[in-house]
Design a protein. Structure first.
Length: 212
């Protein structure tokens, strides 16, 4: 006489089938499960796809199609699927990269421009800004695309600009743009495109860039 062992197949807390082992009906538990669940449409971990689009709220990277969930900038506490598709971690928090000009930032790497102005080296929040082209006003080398900020000439009150030459000459503790054109006020020959600062008394007074 055959003996049978009843086995309940449970899926998501629901009994979906009652099968019997022995008597040649199912030889293994695996066969029983395969037959009992055929066509039910179980969701496996691999089938769970990330569905959220850019800028939709999220709580983890797994929820976003692009795999990047972070704060849109350093002024926001809300998490969204990052438009850039990448994040950077700062002080334990995830932020979207490629923050546009005007956005609040902690570090240069957060900004599309690669420059977070007035962030005091990451000790305070700054703003993402585009670096200045040659001739534009600046306060430091980091303000300029060519990383060169200096006084346009040696005249009193000469403004700081991103130097067209891409180079500076330091004189008396101040940075001056090199390759100054003729007619520019200078302290030394090295400041002039002509390599001659006329009337400067050997650097003891200001002169004028001119052909030697």
């Amino acid at each position: 006489m055959n003996r049978y062992l009843a086995l309940a197949i449970v899926v998501a807390g629901v009994v979906v089938a009652l099968v019997f082992l022995g008597g040649g009906i199912f030889e293994t538990v695996g066969d029983a499960f395969s037959n009992a669940t055929d066509g039910i449409g179980l969701t496996t971990p691999d089938a769970k796809k990330s569905t959220k689009e850019e800028l939709q709220p999220c709580t983890s990277n797994d929820e976003c199609k692009n795999g990047a969930c972070g704060r849109i900038d350093a002024a926001s506490g809300a998490l969204v699927c990052c438009p850039s598709g990448s994040i950077v971690t700062y002080a334990g928090y995830d932020y979207c990269t490629q923050i546009p000009a005007g956005g609040v930032c902690w570090s240069d790497v957060m900004c599309a421009s690669g420059y977070c102005q007035d962030n005091n080296g990451g000790l305070q929040k700054g703003r993402c800004v585009e670096k200045g082209a040659a001739g534009q006003p600046c306060t430091s080398n980091s303000d300029c695309k060519n990383n060169t900020c200096g006084r346009q000439t040696a005249a009193d009150g000469a403004p700081l600009v991103c130097c067209p030459s891409g180079d500076t000459r330091t004189y008396g503790g101040y940075d001056y743009c090199s390759n100054m054109p003729n007619g520019s006020t200078c302290w030394s020959d090295a400041m002039c495109a002509s390599d001659y600062c006329g009337g400067n008394a050997g650097g003891l007074q200001r002169g004028t860039c001119e052909n030697g």
